[in-house]
Design a binder for this molecule. Structure first.
Ligand code: SAH
Length: 712
């Protein structure tokens, strides 16, 4: 907001020069000179007609008060109200809040008051609010470390917004009062609102100034001598030695649990991403998060709502994004992190994304990356190895930079071939000669994994908000997983301080993970089983490598050897002491097909809640765990897909019928009737969309088709 120059106001203010300082007066020295003493300085920003601050000044003669206001004529009014008995310890300052850091020394102000109701309730005006981070960051400079910023208002949306902005700017919340009884002087607005019986909201926050900004580094699970920054790790996807990038240390979450409970999803995402991506500009992260998690992409305002199933079981629905699977939580954001990484590193290469998908990742990646400048995405999936809906989702993808290829093999074949292409130096040289570079959208990419850490914190925020547990209480997390990425994100959350009691890793009949977690032997030499939860039909779980690295305290030799052995011999065994280390908190279990079906049916009958097969795997494993241990701890089940993604299996489980339907859409409509839920908007009328991709290749042909599509 500009300084308003109403005719005559400036002259009037000049004549008030005992009481008013004008921004163009050329402030000499510090405010202590103006007051001619060294008393503490408290300011109110946006003081209006000064009712609040004049009263404060009278009550506290030992403190100096400065009342800042952008509208000169309002100050004229304010002075007229108090001039008869003008407190010697008060000055009005005619200035815009956005400029105040130019008129105060650093650490000159001991306390800041803000009192206002929302003049600009529209979201696009958020930047004008005096509690926007743009302002808060300036206030921080002039406010002493540990100084208070006290904000009072009448509107809940503004209040919630402001709490989030304060947390983002690094203030801590000392006292949040949603029905402030009063005590400090009333503001003009406040008196009016109180008369109308409206609640007043007040927060006392503390300026945390000297918090160290750790610079995060990333290393490879197969070479802990390597050190790169986040942009490098995200741009490359895989480390040059074939290992995965991991942070060299896990930072602690900076807020306390009551603060967490005040946050919205985007604020939380910004804080967690900011902690790990220290080479990314905070404003860019804000922008990237806003473009990813919004009403256009996510059909639920909570982004990932927590739904109560029964007394101690909560379902974290991660599938309200465009493709109806949890991958959207990460894949809406990861392409943007990748494009930014290229910029941070000063490059202009085309980034070529190769994705191997067992069903969900493919579509989510295609949606996240489509039409993003500077990127091409090629997605491989097992021919006849994904559900009809999944196949349609992929083959109908539009976008000027997306390619979809079916492979005559299973997911492991696809993933191994993609890894081989990544590791092929000759291929890389051809690409680089053409100013191109490979990257990956699979959960081997750090940019894919990191956004998943956010929703475990989010589930905890919701548990506290719902009163399911108190700040600091522990909860269990159960995660259905094939590639170990989703549960690894939960592990990182736990390491950051999130009070997770047990992490329970749920597998379907492809139970390599359940086995290795129990026995310490990873053995992929077994038959690959096709299940109703195809996204977990995986025998080589890439992200287990990151977990092993963490459990071995960063022994990259041990980890590298183990995973090389896994690829050459199909098996490795971890030392007993490492096995013992994770068994204290990480458990595995699995659910055979018949039990998955039964769980969908029983849950539906008992609660009316419709589970998709992946979530049903998790619930089954959790219930087995509960029966075996008697553990009644509140438990969050990560729900990774909408039931509408797997309508056939879900309908069969609930109704016992195997009807044939005229179309996929007809089947979805039937499921909607049976389950009394709405069809996921991302899955509506897929068959009416044109099929744009129909290439089918042998596994051996994958490198050639990549070369052809990328024209190298
Ligand atoms: N604090 C007073 C007035 C609240 S109205 C009370 O509670 O009664 C908000 C005041 O903030 C208005 O007078 C408006 O002119 C002022 N204001 C808005 N934006 C400002 C800015 N950028 N810089 C300084 N003052 C601003």
């Amino acid at each position: 907001m500009r300084l308003r120059r109403v005719a005559g106001t400036e002259e009037t203010l000049l004549s008030y020069n005992n009481w008013v300082v004008r921004s163009n007066d050329g402030l000499a020295g510090s405010w202590h000179n103006i007051f001619a003493n060294d008393r503490p300085i408290h300011i109110e920003i946006g003081c209006g007609r000064g009712k609040f601050i004049a009263a404060l000044a009278r009550e506290n003669p030992e403190i100096n008060f400065i009342a800042i206001e952008v509208q000169g004529e309002v100050i004229v009014d304010a002075v007229r109200r108090v001039r008869k008995d003008f407190p010697a310890n008060l000055r009005f300052f005619w200035q815009n809040a956005g400029e105040i850091d130019a008129h105060f020394n650093e650490n000159e102000v001991d306390r800041i008051y803000l009192n206002f109701s929302d003049p600009w309730p529209k979201k696009r005006h958020a930047k004008r609010r005096l509690t926007h981070t743009g302002f808060l960051n300036k206030y921080k400079n002039i406010l002493v470390n540990n100084g208070n910023l006290i904000f009072k208002t009448d509107g809940l949306p503004l209040f919630d917004f402001s709490l989030n902005q304060l947390l983002l700017a690094g203030f801590s919340l000392e006292n949040v009062d949603r029905n402030y009884a009063g005590g400090d002087p009333e503001t003009e607005y406040e008196s009016r609102f109180r008369k109308q019986g409206k609640p007043i909201y007040r927060v006392i926050s503390i300026n945390k100034k000297y918090e160290e900004d750790l610079s995060m580094k990333y290393t490879s699970t197969r070479n802990s001598d390597l050190q790169v920054n986040a942009a490098h790790a995200i741009r490359s996807g895989l480390a040059p030695d074939g290992g995965l990038f991991v942070p060299t240390s896990i930072p602690k979450f900076k807020c306390d649990w009551n603060e967490l409970a005040e946050m919205d999803y985007n604020t939380l995402a910004q804080i967690i991403l900011g902690t790990y991506l220290t080479d990314y500009d905070a404003e860019r992260i804000e922008d990237i998060v806003a473009k990813s998690y919004n009403a256009e992409n996510f059909a639920h305002e909570a982004v990932a709502p927590l739904v109560t199933l029964n007394d101690n079981t909560e379902i974290l629905e991660l599938w309200h994004g465009p493709t109806a699977a949890f991958k959207d939580m990460a894949l809406q954001i990861m392409p943007r992190l990748l494009v930014e990484a290229v910029k941070i590193l000063g490059g202009d290469q085309e980034v070529d994304i190769l994705v191997a998908t067992s069903g969900d990742t493919g579509k989510a990646a295609l949606e996240g990356f489509k039409n993003v400048d500077g990127i091409k995405v090629i997605c491989f999936y097992p021919h006849n190895g994904v559900s009809k809906v999944q196949e349609l989702q992929m083959s109908t993808t539009n976008g000027n930079n997306t390619y979809v290829v079916a492979v005559k093999g299973n997911f492991d074949h696809c993933q191994t071939a993609v890894k081989n292409i990544f590791g092929d130096n000759e291929f890389a040289a051809r690409l680089s000669a053409d100013n191109k570079e490979f990257s990956s959208a699979n959960s081997i990419n750090w940019g894919r994994l990191l956004p998943q850490v956010v929703y475990y914190f989010w589930s905890y925020a919701q548990l506290i908000k719902k009163g399911k547990l108190s700040a600091g209480d522990k909860f269990n997390a159960v995660v259905p997983t094939g590639n170990f990425g989703n549960i690894l994100a939960a592990y990182y959350a736990k390491e950051m301080g999130l009070p997770i009691n047990k992490l329970i890793c749920a597998s379907n009949s492809n139970k390599v993970l359940a086995d290795v977690l129990e026995t310490g032997t990873y053995d992929r030499r077994r038959d690959f089983v096709k299940t109703t939860s195809p996204s977990m039909d995986i025998l080589v779980s890439s992200n287990f490598e990151r977990f092993y690295y963490a459990m071995s305290n960063g022994d990259s030799k041990l980890v590298g050897d183990a995973f090389r052995q896994l690829s050459s011999e199909g098996i490795f065994t971890v030392p007993a002491d490492i096995l013992a280390k994770w068994q204290g908190f990480m458990l595995g279990g699995y659910a055979p097909e018949a039990e998955v079906e039964a769980t969908i049916k029983e849950t539906f009958d008992a609660t009316g809640y419709t589970l998709d097969p992946h979530t049903a795997v998790a619930l089954r494993v959790y219930e087995d765990y509960k029966t075996a241990t008697g553990d009644e701890t509140i438990t969050v089940i990560a729900s990774t897909a909408s039931p509408y993604k797997f309508p056939k299996a879900v309908l069969h489980a609930i109704t016992g019928e195997d009807k044939t339907f005229a179309s996929e859409q007809a089947m979805l409509e039937h499921l909607a009737e049976v389950s009394k839920t709405e069809i996921h908007r991302g899955l509506m009328n897929l068959e009416e969309k044109p099929v744009l991709h129909n290439t089918v290749v042998e596994v051996e042909e994958m490198p050639a088709i990549v070369g052809k599509l990328l024209e190298v």
